[in-house]
Design a protein around this ligand. Sequence first.
Ligand SMILES: Cc1cc2nc3c(=O)[nH]c(=O)nc-3n(C[C@H](O)[C@H](O)[C@H](O)COP(=O)(O)OP(=O)(O)OC[C@H]3O[C@@H](n4cnc5c(N)ncnc54)[C@H](O)[C@@H]3O)c2cc1C
Ligand code: FES
Length: 274
Amino acid sequence: MSLVPEMATLVEKRYLDPHHSLFRFIFDNELKREGFGFRPGQFVMLSIFGVGEAPISITSGPDEKGFIELCVRKAGRVTTVLHNLEENSKVGIRGPYGNGYPVEQMLGGNLLIIAGGLGIAPLRSLIRYALWRRDAFKEIYIIYGARSPENILFRGEMENLVLRNDINCLLTVDSTYGQPWNAHVGRVTDLLERVRMPLKDTSVAVCGPPVFYRFVLNKLLSLGYSKGKIYMSLERRMECGMGKCGHCVVGHKYTCVDGPIFTYWDAINLPEIF
Ligand SMILES: Cc1cc2nc3c(=O)[nH]c(=O)nc-3n(C[C@H](O)[C@H](O)[C@H](O)COP(=O)(O)OP(=O)(O)OC[C@H]3O[C@@H](n4cnc5c(N)ncnc54)[C@H](O)[C@@H]3O)c2cc1C
Ligand code: FES
């Protein structure tokens, strides 16, 4: 696999909240544009020429062809310049990297997706994958929590999911901060009590900030979910994204190649994780 990025064009930029925007890119090379395939949970290395590179999860669905979408928080050097780019600007993209969610193993079972804040980015890709082939899953629950109503990323999309009658989508905020909101107020863990599906055959995909993991994982274990079927995304500092530089190593694992998706069972056996 090459370290040389493919040239891509920013074709659309959508404001999501004061810190996050959605960026849609198309590869300039037509073969790459049509042939680019990935699994939900994989990431790309996005480069802004003259500034640097950052690993970013692909948030569009793998069945949507011709473009990829990234949901990006303005965090530091690369992402701040990205947020200031005009449409039609050029960037570099290499990848996809990482293992992604084991979607083939999830097919045929129940799916529980739990996101906190920006954790929705890789999970939006998994949601799109599952809804594209809705009949291939049994029950689907999506639980998404954010700090306040204005921090619910993809709010319109998420509210449309709530209206669907073939899945259960539950939204919550820590506080309304006086903003209009007609869904739950409280922790994601409160909503886990409402999930009604057999634990057997249920895959759980969790992504969110570190403190969110701590509470959600404890709750899932207390409810009896299997450690081997809880999938979490581990983010570590990355340079190459492809197992060459060693920056992302935790214990004996390269999080860029062996991850970023790990079962809870595998993650608890890694040093420095909990
Ligand atoms: C597999 C993977 C997928 C990711 N997906 C997304 C995504 O979909 N959307 C998104 O907005 N961000 C995502 N990130 C995080 C993103 O790569 C970092 O925020 C990155 O540092 C941004 O680059 P920057 O140059 O703008 O910030 P920098 O100038 O590098 O740093 C900004 C701040 O973030 C800290 N930081 C850098 N990397 C990490 C890290 N991995 N974990 C914790 N703190 C870090 C730095 O110490 C600094 O304080 C992902 C990271 C990984 C490893
Ligand atoms: S980022 Fe270089 S080895 Fe993982």
